[in-house]
Design a protein around this ligand. Structure first.
Ligand code: PLP
Length: 461
């Protein structure tokens, strides 16, 4: 092998000169370079300089079982030796794919029909969009195609998934969203409810807004509604009481499909296996990714109800082959990893553990931060939470975005050995640790966040 001359450069320098980083301030990165992680165990990560961090975000909300579980490595190793790759086009298949699909169908609430595998949450949501369009064409409803998402939702970055996402940073200068994708109100009581409005009234208000949007567009043109049970990247927004019940009444009235995006909430994060169970969501389609393999290898799935499946199957007799799929759909190595991951999640009852540790984390966060200077709202459920900073809590005045308050807190937290994340839109810091986190580590996370917030507060005041 010929060594490239740049190989006497540091890894940081190689990265800086060559890697195009996602969701990164490109010019700033070009000056400052990367932070390279080298190993992980449980909830802890180490970087190349030997610094240790508690990863309070589980990577990108995905390492549910924690780092360093050798069971996954062993399952992947076995599958790589046995059959590293085979596809699932044209009726071919592999053993791990059949097992994961069957297991997922049995785990999910409702009567699910079939599981279509992808590699990321984004591609799985893209598949959902295509399936919604395909399904309505098969039903002879070519006008019923619009899909409604929510402002601040996060559904991914591919052309269709980024269009579903309701965050300007994913649309600006990308010529998105595409047509036939609309956004309704964010169910965030703190910011969007009128003063004195109860959660239940606000839920009804959100449903009325959705109803009005569907009426304006024409119910015969609206095909589906997509929602994360708890909005993740858009701010960790827990819906107000009764929200999904009210929303589902509207969807039923207009014959609109419900797509549950369980990419973050699925596999235990909210203290139940799926977010749909927590909020009484009855989905027609479910998107999963992240926690299905705890991020160890890529895998996602677009799951359709038995009712939809029957239409897709019957109509294929006249339409012919289903023209969609990836080289890596149902990748056997990813599916083997998923089986080992689900064994751990179910065997160690990690959803129950998330409920218990999560309740502790929610209480501790509220006790520590509520009523403190510059704290707007502390919110969350199970092992997902956000602390939102505002300039004036009494008047609910946000900070000037140019101050990048949350970004500064996140940077200080890194220096304090804590990985959290400043979310786009407002100044919120997110917690979404591995489900195996201990109470002692929850306490360490909260202490480190408090110190980081106090540091930034001192700078600002
Ligand atoms: N849906 C939700 C709810 C997500 O949080 C994400 C990613 O964070 C996605 C979809 C997109 O997944 P991916 O980054 O794997 O494409």
């Amino acid at each position: 092998m010929t060594l490239h001359p740049t190989h006497n450069l540091s890894v940081e320098e190689l990265d800086r000169q060559s890697v195009f980083h996602p969701f990164t301030a490109l010019a700033q990165h070009n000056e400052s370079g990367p932070r390279i992680m080298v190993s992980g165990s449980g909830v802890r990560l180490k970087d190349r300089a030997g610094r240790e961090y508690i990863d309070a975000l589980a990577g990108l909300w995905c390492v549910n079982i924690g780092y360093g579980r050798t069971e996954i490595a062993e399952a992947v190793d076995r599958q790589l030796r046995e059959l590293p790759y085979y596809h699932s086009f044209a009726s071919m298949g592999t053993e791990p794919a059949a097992h994961v699909a069957d297991r997922l169908k049995r785990m999910l609430p409702g009567e699910m029909g079939r599981v279509f595998f992808g590699l990321s949450g984004s591609d799985a949501n893209d598949t959902q969009v295509k399936l919604v369009w395909y399904y309505n064409n098969l039903l002879g409803r070519p006008r019923k195609k619009k899909i409604i998402a929510r402002k601040r939702a996060y559904h991914g970055v591919t052309v269709a998934a980024a269009s579903l996402t309701g965050l300007p940073v994913l649309h600006n200068a990308f010529d998105l969203p595409i047509d036939r994708i609309l956004h309704t109100v964010t169910p965030h009581h703190y910011w969007n409810a009128e003063p004195g409005m109860s959660e239940e009234d606000f839920a009804r208000h959100c449903a009325a807004e959705l109803d009005a949007l569907i009426e304006r567009e024409g119910p015969d043109t609206v095909a589906a509604f997509i929602a994360e049970p708890v909005m993740g990247a858009g701010g960790v927004i827990v819906p107000p009481k009764g929200y999904f019940q009210e929303i589902q009444k509207v969807l039923k009235k207009h014959d609109v499909l419900m797509i549950a995006d369980e990419v973050i909430c699925g596999f235990g994060r909210l203290g139940r296996m799926f977010g749909c169970e927590v909020f009484g969501i009855e989905p027609d389609m479910v998107t999963v990714a992240k926690g299905i393999t705890s991020g160890y290898v890529p895998l996602s799935a677009s799951v359709v109800s038995e009712k939809m499946w029957q239409v897709l199957m019957e109509e294929s007799r006249t339409l012919g082959v289903f023209g969609h799929g990836y080289t890596y759909t149902a990748h056997p190595v990813s599916c083997a990893a998923a089986m080992a991951n689900l064994d751990i999640l179910e065997g160690e009852k990690l959803a129950d553990r998330a409920a218990e540790t999560g309740a502790y984390m929610q209480t501790l966060l509220r006790e520590t931060f509520e009523g403190q200077p510059a704290i707007g709202e502390v919110r969350g459920i199970g092992l997902i939470a956000a602390v939102e900073l505002v300039a004036d809590p009494a008047a609910r005045t946000p900070f000037d975005p140019a101050l990048k308050v949350a970004g500064r807190v996140a940077a200080r937290a890194l220096d304090n050995g804590l990985i959290t994340r400043a979310l786009p839109n407002g100044d919120s810091l997110a917690f979404s640790p591995p489900l195996v986190i201990s109470r002692a580590d929850v306490e360490a996370c909260v202490e480190r966040l408090a110190a980081s917030i106090a540091g930034v507060r001192d700078e600002l005041i």
